[in-house]
Design a protein around this ligand. Structure first.
Ligand SMILES: Cc1cc2nc3c(=O)[nH]c(=O)nc-3n(C[C@H](O)[C@H](O)[C@H](O)COP(=O)(O)OP(=O)(O)OC[C@H]3O[C@@H](n4cnc5c(N)ncnc54)[C@H](O)[C@@H]3O)c2cc1C
Length: 486
């Protein structure tokens, strides 16, 4: 009996665990290691952050699902890999530290035959002094608890606006190297929607503060859309959404320090340090990989053989240093297998991208200001499923190498960005891009124009709301859960 250990129980880890169990039944052991007791549908945190959903609506406990599916769940944090085993045993292992229950604080060396790193992003608030809710001055919507705290501050701001104060409300990216611009874009549109609903919009100046050089870049180099025979950049769609709502964009900006009422930042095309005042700020952190190191059998450090300096796991990508004009879609990984150890894989945000997708830029003062490549829910689920099915095939002897491929240079992704909730008044921008990583060698604009689109409307809002219910249903592993696509 083989043991497959999955680190992380987010979109990727939980998807991988469910597919492994579906394929391998009880013939092999599936163990999930994750520090939190709940699963969180992170995209809906946006609605928690404006008070339109409760925390309870966006989370559910993992333990009952794993008990039903006979997955061994360890509520713990992975800290160190021993891919060659240790002096006691050659079987590989991962060190874990329990985070809850009777075993809280205890450590264990958990042996594995196969391991999937699906530890997602580490929220690197420390990258910008003063950033973030823990010890900093700004709020976040990255976790359900962050979103609850953001909503509280938003309500306080609305009360001040009702009392006649004028407030500066800044939403966006807390560092020049952030990714997930789409999430900040959704939150700014939702906050603006709530201010209008509360009848206080005129008293607030709302800013979208972003590291994008072009609106609508979203870390994927933007989109070209063909409609009625003419082509337009996604920038036009994004800009018009902000303009219609009177949201002021601050672009190509990288925050360098945040005090209790001021954001200091540099910009790509401007000399010197700028500053702007704020009363309410939701700024996302940059993402790093989980803090997991690795040692060989003798105990010597081999972290850099397995992980990139960012902390993300190196997989079957081309990581050789190349200039922007040499980047190719083929640089992106297909199987997510570690080149160092064949029984190690990464899925979701945990794999190291070979390079960004958006053009790298910096300020005259040398501050790096360009979006990092996003790995949204759909590719996170798709890569996890591919890795799980490959491992299942290898465990059962059907192949000696990965059987599934899920390159972001071939996968399409759809993304629905909420622009405000409400059964009749809601709106969302529905975007489809194919492929996610543009391939200019195959498509003139980098993407297949027949499969790339962007629309705004009420139907998008309903779809986004339906997806919330559908994904939580799927992740609770209810009957026929696997029919719902990633
Ligand atoms: C505010 C916000 C809004 C978003 N909106 C959208 C959207 O509308 N559409 C979309 O497609 N995507 C959206 N995304 C992106 C989406 O949430 C991610 O693509 C997805 O969560 C990535 O899945 P993952 O499993 O890689 O990481 P996660 O879902 O973050 O899961 C990582 C897991 O690893 C665990 N973990 C961390 N460290 C360790 C460790 N050392 N040991 C063990 N476990 C560990 C974590 O606790 C967690 O369970 C949004 C993201 C944010 C922040």
């Amino acid at each position: 009996m083989a043991r497959i250990v999955v680190l992380g129980a987010g979109v990727a880890g939980h998807t991988a665990a469910l597919f492994l169990k579906q394929r391998l039944k009880n013939r092999h052991e599936v163990v999930v290691v994750s520090p939190n007791s709940n699963w969180n549908w992170i995209p809906s945190n946006i609605w928690v952050g404006v008070g339109r959903m409760t925390k309870k609506q966006v989370i559910f406990p993992l333990e009952p699902v794993y008990r039903r599916k006979r997955v061994d769940f360890r509520q713990a944090l992975a800290t160190r890999l021993h891919p060659e085993g240790d002096e006691a045993e050659a079987r590989p292992a991962v060190d874990i530290t329990y985070t809850a229950g009777d075993k809280k604080g205890m450590t264990e060396r958990l042996r594995y035959d196969w391991l999937i790193d699906a530890t997602g992003p580490r929220l690197d608030f420390a990258a910008t002094p003063g950033l973030g809710p823990d010890g900093g001055h700004t709020v976040s919507v990255c976790t359900a608890d962050h979103a609850v705290a953001a909503e509280k501050q938003l309500q306080q701001a609305i009360e001040r606006l009702r009392a006649g104060e004028h407030l500066d409300m800044v939403i966006g990216m807390g560092n020049g190297t952030c990714t997930c611009e789409g999430a900040a874009f959704e939150y700014v549109l939702n906050v603006e929607h709530e201010l209008r609903r509360a009848g206080v919009r005129d008293n607030a100046t709302v800013y979208f503060f972003t590291n994008e050089h072009e609106l609508g870049d979203f870390g994927v180099g933007g989109l070209t859309i063909e409609r009625n025979g003419y082509r337009m950049r996604g920038e036009m769609l994004t800009e018009s959404l902000l303009r219609e709502r009177g949201i002021v964009p601050v672009m190509a900006a990288g925050a360098t320090e945040i005090t209790e009422d001021t954001i200091y930042y540099e910009q790509v095309d401007t000399e010197g340090v700028q500053q702007m005042h704020y009363d309410f700020a939701m700024l996302l952190p940059p993402f790093k990989g989980a803090r997991i190191d690795a040692v060989d059998r003798s105990g010597a450090d081999i972290t850099d053989r397995i992980f990139a300096p960012s902390g993300f796991m190196k997989v079957d990508a081309d990581y050789s240093k190349k200039s922007y004009d040499q980047w190719r879609a083929a640089d992106w990984p297909e199987t997510y297998q570690s080149p160092a150890y064949a029984n190690l894989f990464a899925a979701g945000i945990a794999f190291a991208p070979p390079h960004p997708i958006s053009k790298p830029r910096s300020s005259p003062g040398g501050v790096a200001i360009a979006p990092a490549p996003p790995r949204t829910g759909q590719p996170s689920g798709a890569t996890a499923k591919a890795v799980a099915l490959s491992i299942a095939d290898m465990v059962e002897g059907r192949s000696d190498k990965p059987t599934q491929k899920a390159s972001m240079a071939h996968l399409a992704a759809s993304c629905i960005a909420s622009a405000g909730t409400g059964f009749k008044t809601g709106q969302a921008v529905s975007m489809v891009m194919s492929p996610i990583v543009p391939d200019t060698q195959v498509f003139e604009s980098g993407r297949n124009l027949k499969e790339t689109s962007g629309e705004i409307g009420l139907a998008g809002h309903w779809l986004k709301r339906m997806l919330h219910t559908a994904f939580i249903y799927k992740m609770k592993a209810r009957p026929f859960w696997w029919v719902i696509p990633e």
